[in-house]
Design a protein around this ligand. Structure first.
Ligand code: NAP
Ligand code: MG
Length: 491
């Protein structure tokens, strides 16, 4: 264990909720034990928040929105507070990276990358807060019409466990820049960084009640939050099934939602591609965060003349991949929890049993604790596009290869799942780059590159089952606000 980890574990084993600028236990006093995925051992507790805790957080957020100093604060001052929070994230970067890695099992290197992105989100939205404005609209003689961009009010942010600190930052940054107040519900498997960020927000000087963090089980705290009548808007990242439940809950109060629901993202490799350049990117796009990435590049479509060569080169790289404890900082860590490990293993076993070719397997480090949740990466070849493996999100280190014959065939395969989050296109042909980018149904398309999860500035979100609404970049500010049209008559 490195120095940072021992200090955090020694100092703060019992994390608390943040409500109205104070650290508080759940009203029931119940807690949830936090386990480290690398060894399955307990190292902290979080409050098991329930509907009554959610209610008190929503009331605090409502009060801050309607009556507190936040309601009168100019946009540039909101921006300054976000910028200050970004600076505090940087100052506490080692601590936050260690905490995130221990909580989720991700390699420390990835925890550090998450800190950098988190600080960037606060910096970006801090700078953007006073740079978004309405329009004046040509209207009838004797009238002036203009639009104002107004906050929704109290926003609920329900955050998954894969990149908790980053995903919380993209929600918090955009929502607070626009003047909303927030109640954040992180996943029970990864709540620690959310609580620490909530504490740092107090230190940064955010007024009480602007950013509240409630931990607890999704079916309790999450369900209570998404159905609470005091919430004006819900933003969620996670599985399509939970997304449906949250939309139904929000619909009981007719509230707006942003849904980011995962993917089955393709990378298309044409025969003229710079394969040497592509190879490390193709591997990283599925191995980063152990494949537990909504935008993971989980399908590689390869033009038939180069299929065997690319499959062999990927196989060579896959066979060298090693899953290991987060603090060994190797290719990937464990899965986040035992259920996720079982889910990924079931995909692998049933795909192999159904006769899909296993091109290569990576390994689990010999020193990895037996009670950690490790899965060795697997590369499957010549996958049937109609198979479960080709259609469903595995959310683990499992990559599928497909061969295609021509551009039309590639586009059909790329669009041949219910998802549409991200796509990669590898070709030197400029006209083809444009044609294929237009025809692929995905919220982000990369040409001769792939950015799994990256890009603070880049609007991000899904088509089809991958969800709706946009996060990141300037676009997120539109989702996090509503247009008010004001018409003056002066004849
Ligand atoms: P999930 O159910 O979608 O959980 C995401 C968030 O929703 C967590 O904060 C969760 O809290 C909360 N939640 C769960 N049930 C809820 C409810 N009824 N009402 C309100 N909030 C609720 O994801 P999961 O069960 O952890 O993972 C299942 C699968 O989802 C994964 O195998 C993966 O395929 C996919 N997933 C996708 C993403 C993505 O980025 N697209 C992220 C995570 C997971 P608790 O965790 O405390 O229950
Ligand atoms: Mg955890």
């Amino acid at each position: 264990m490195d120095q940072n980890l021992s200090r955090i574990v020694a100092q703060d084993k019992n994390f608390l909720n943040i409500i109205n600028g104070r650290r508080v236990a759940a009203l029931s006093q119940e807690t949830i034990t936090v386990l480290c995925p690398s060894d399955g051992l307990p190292f902290a507790t979080i409050p098991a928040g329930t509907a009554e805790d959610v209610d008190s957080a929503v009331r605090a957020a409502r009060d801050a929105f309607e009556h507190g100093p936040w309601s009168r604060m100019p946009a540039f001052e909101r921006g300054r507070l976000l910028t200050r929070l970004g600076q505090l994230v940087e100052e506490h970067g080692d601590e936050l990276a260690a905490l995130e890695s221990r909580d989720t099992g991700k390699p420390v290197r990835q925890g550090k990358a998450d800190v950098v992105a988190t600080a960037r989100y606060y910096e970006f939205y801090g700078g953007a807060a006073d740079k978004i404005h309405g329009d004046t609209i040509p209207f009838l003689d004797g009238f002036t019409a203009l639009t104002l961009r107004e906050p929704h009010g109290v926003v609920a942010g329900i955050i998954p466990w894969n990149y908790p600190m980053q995903i919380m930052a993209r929600v918090v940054g955009a929502a607070l820049a626009m003047g909303n107040t927030l109640v954040i519900k992180p996943a029970e498997d990864a709540s620690l960084s959310a609580i620490r960020i909530g504490e740092l927000a107090i230190e940064a000087g955010f007024p009480d009640g602007v950013l509240n963090v409630i931990t607890g089980y999704g079916r309790e705290a999450g369900a209570a939050l998404s159905s609470h009548p005091g919430i004006n808007y819900v933003t969620f990242t996670g599985s399509p099934v939970t997304g449906t439940a949250i939309q139904q809950a929000a619909a009981t109060n007719n509230r707006g939602v942003t849904m980011e629901l995962g993917g089955k993202s393709p990378q298309i490799v044409f025969a003229d591609a710079d394969v040497e350049k592509a190879l490390p990117v193709l591997v990283n796009a599925i191995i980063q965060n152990g494949g537990q990435t909504c935008s993971a590049g989980s399908r590689i479509l390869i033009e038939r003349p180069i299929y065997n060569d690319v499959a062999a080169a990927l196989g060579e790289r896959f066979s060298k991949l090693i899953a290991a404890p987060h603090d060994m900082d190797l290719d990937l860590g464990p899965m986040v929890n035992p259920a996720q490990k079982r889910k990924v293993e079931n995909f692998i076993t049933s795909a192999a049993e159904s006769g899909i070719e296993v091109v290569a397997r990576g390994s689990i480090h010999v020193d990895a604790p037996v009670d950690g949740y490790y899965v060795a990466p697997v590369l499957f070849g010549a996958v049937d596009p109609a198979s479960v493996l080709a259609q469903e999100e595995v959310f683990g280190p499992v990559l599928s290869l497909f061969a295609f014959d021509d551009e039309a065939d590639a586009i059909k395969l790329a669009n041949g799942t219910e998802y549409g989050l991200v796509a990669g296109i590898w070709t030197r042909d400029g006209a083809r780059q444009h044609r294929v980018a237009k025809k692929v149904r995905a919220g982000q398309v990369f040409v001769n590159a792939y950015g799994a999860g990256g890009g603070v500035e880049l609007p991000f979100g899904g088509f089809k089952k991958s969800g709706h609404g946009r996060e990141k970049g300037f676009e997120a500010l539109f989702d996090m606000s509503a247009t008010k049209t004001v018409v003056f008559r002066h004849d």
